[in-house]
Design a protein around this ligand. Structure first.
Ligand code: PYC
Length: 336
């Protein structure tokens, strides 16, 4: 497969131009272009530049607003609500973030509920800014009903990612961002594009039989990771970022899509916790104990979540991005 090497800033500009050419407003095009470039930069191809295809397709199908301005509401002492008015989540997140941080610092814990957003983006990007200001972060969002609950064979849950971030001062934060399905749907779609089989355990076909054929899983059902444990977490995400915040479950999102094939529509819940508020003068010593935990993991040869992402980031910053020629050409055609 031939590849194209592209500098990070050129990737951002390409993404921005594609989005503007398709009618996204300047703020949305900027936020989306930064996000997909960051995904690619961090070695997360399933949430990288490839996403532009689905982002534009969803707009062409009339399933996302290209220019809605979010509304930010100070709902309660520790609750911010952001209404994305049917646009992608990113502008609503960015505009609500300062108030979320202010509330977390004041109360020790605060929540941001983003409503009525179309969602495609990796959640590490929503917890990393919290860790950068010394806060602990958590984020989750449902998607479309693509995943069968453990013990069942019919799609009901979304891929329902959970991200958690822990601040580490000058060191890169501890961040995990994982689907509660065995893999992100984007990962299966990338295997399908490349004509590759997927690992066993990722999904079942429409007859409920295990398969490694990505198309059969896309037409059948994905599976949760860790059987009933992943299934329980997936249900928790449905409840947290669905009924709790007055937004859709993954089944409702898919019904709303009505066969159009657009990206998921619904809500996202983000929590921010301030160690300084929990611990007062003792904060530094307790944060040091967290470092002892991380060293203990590393001493056994374990990788800290996020480590690979920061290595990939450094490499992309120095050497640029390598994209398959076919994907690069496909993205360029979207500019016209
Ligand atoms: O790849 O899992 C995924 C995904 C979720 C929402 C859109 N894509």
């Amino acid at each position: 497969m031939t590849t194209v090497n592209i500098a990070l800033n050129d990737a951002y500009v390409l993404a921005f131009e594609v989005l503007r050419a398709n009618g996204f407003s300047q703020p949305h095009a900027d936020a989306i272009a930064r996000n997909v470039t960051a995904g690619e930069r961090d070695g997360c191809a399933s949430h990288g530049l490839w996403r532009l295809l689905g982002i534009v397709e969803t707009l062409r199908k009339g399933k996302v607003s290209p220019d809605a301005e979010p509304t930010i509401v100070d709902r309660a002492p520790a609750i911010v609500k952001a209404d994305a008015h049917g646009a992608y989540s990113l502008c609503a997140y960015e505009q609500a973030l300062p108030l979320l941080i202010e509330k977390a610092r004041h109360c020790g814990i605060a929540a941001l509920a983003i409503n009525r957003c179309v969602h495609f983006s990796a959640l590490f990007a929503d917890v990393e800014p919290l860790t950068e200001v010394g806060l602990v972060g958590y984020a989750c969002t449902p998607s479309h009903a693509w995943v069968a609950p453990a013990g069942g064979t019919q799609p009901l849950f979304g891929t329902n990612p959970i991200a958690f971030g822990w601040p580490r001062g000058d060191k890169p934060p501890f961040i995990f961002d994982m689907a509660t399905s065995a893999a992100a749907r984007g990962e299966i779609q990338l295997h399908q594009r490349a004509g590759k089989a997927i690992p066993e355990g990722w999904g079942i076909d429409s007859n409920g039989q295990p398969t490694t054929d990505p198309q059969a899983v896309l037409d059948g059902a994905m599976l949760t990771f860790g059987g009933h444990k992943g299934s329980a977490l997936a249900a928790m995400v449905e409840l947290f970022a669905g009924p709790l915040i007055g937004d859709m479950t993954s089944a409702e999102s898919l019904a709303w899509d009505n066969g159009a094939g657009g990206l998921p529509y619904g809500g996202e819940l983000i929590l921010a916790l301030d160690p300084a508020r929990f611990l007062g003068d003792d904060a530094a010593s307790h944060l040091e104990r967290a470092e002892t935990l991380f060293s203990g993991m590393q001493a056994q040869g374990a990788r800290l979540p996020g480590e690979r992402r920061y290595q990939a980031r450094q490499q992309s910053e120095q050497q640029g991005l390598n994209l398959s020629r076919s994907l690069y050409d496909e993205i360029c055609t979207l500019r016209k």
